[in-house]
Design a protein. Structure first.
Length: 302
């Protein structure tokens, strides 16, 4: 499986009582597909999987698969503290018809490279599906190091890696030494650098509300090979990247961005709290400015 293009870890829209808003979920799926994303990820961090029960995650995966209707691939996250639980999430993903699974390092336990590899290989053996790896040491506490990646080379199912370390040396390492792993940008403010080093995919939460902008950058850099245009688009996006990556209110910003598009994404589940009025105004201004700038660039006004 080739993980190319824009992949969106879809939000979970909630009503004010924190129940899932099924209608809004359908509207987000339609917006993403109309916006040109290559695939959708259920049970990513942006979807707040960590605040959901097994039953909720299974229902969301099945419902998202139903809403997509085969128009784009569906990837389902398997994140959990225990390997046994990740295996059950992977089996669930296969049962609901997912096209691939997302496998991250188990959080909190800080496993070694060998232990991470054995965790991922156990999941692979259980379901035999394409796998997108997810390296995010900022959340998990440890990198998928070279021992991990070497061991995972034993299975052809490991065909992509979302790299979210923020370490440019990791980008170089994967691009040069692990070309069989499809490299996906997982650190939004480094998207241009990822594309310059041969990445053909980008897993980006901001595409929940701005799929067109993210697709525009991908198209300029990967499809057209026009990095002059790509730099102009990235420059227009950087204020948003700073808000998302450095603002400390990532999921809240994504959900408010979706709401700005006319789809009520609702509040995040606790312990997170919604944005205050000042934060909303600041985000709205950043998004409006970005959209205006990218529209001018796409229209040829550089």
């Amino acid at each position: 499986m080739q993980f190319e293009g824009i992949w969106t870890p879809i939000v979970t829209p909630y009503r004010e009582d924190f129940t899932v808003d099924e209608g809004a979920l359908g509207d987000v799926v339609e917006q993403l597909i109309a916006g040109g994303v290559a695939g959708i990820i259920s049970a990513g961090t942006t979807g707040e999987y960590y605040a959901q029960s097994f039953e909720e995650r299974a229902w969301l995966a099945a419902k998202t698969h139903e809403l997509i209707r085969g128009r784009v691939p569906l990837v389902v996250g398997t994140g959990a503290l225990r390997t046994e639980d990740s295996i059950e999430f992977a089996k669930m993903a296969k049962d609901v018809g997912a096209d691939a699974i997302l496998v991250a390092t188990p959080p909190y336990s800080v496993p070694t490279g060998r232990e991470i590899a054995l965790h991922a290989l156990a999941i692979d053996r259980a379901v035999d599906m394409p796998v997108m790896l997810y390296n995010y040491p900022g959340r998990m506490g440890v990198n998928m190091d070279e021992e991990t990646l070497d061991r995972l080379g034993r299975s052809p199912n490991f065909c992509g890696i979302k790299e979210s370390s923020g370490d440019i040396n990791r980008l170089h390492l994967i691009a040069r030494d692990y070309p069989h792993l499809g490299l996906l940008c997982g650190m939004d403010d480094q998207a241009l650098e990822f594309f310059a080093w041969g990445a053909k995919g980008w897993v980006c939460a901001g595409s929940n509300f701005a799929p067109e902008a993210h697709v525009a950058l991908y198209r300029a850099c990967v499809v057209e090979g026009d990095f002059t245009k790509g730099r102009a688009i990235m420059s227009a996006m950087m204020p948003l990247m700073r808000v998302l990556e450095q603002g400390g209110k990532f999921i809240q910003c994504i959900k408010h961005g979706v709401t700005m598009r006319g789809i009520p994404a609702g509040p995040p589940r606790k312990p997170l709290l919604p944005l205050n009025k000042d934060d909303k105004r600041s985000l709205e201004e950043v998004i409006r400015t970005m959209n205006t700038a990218i529209a001018a660039i796409e229209g040829g006004k550089k």
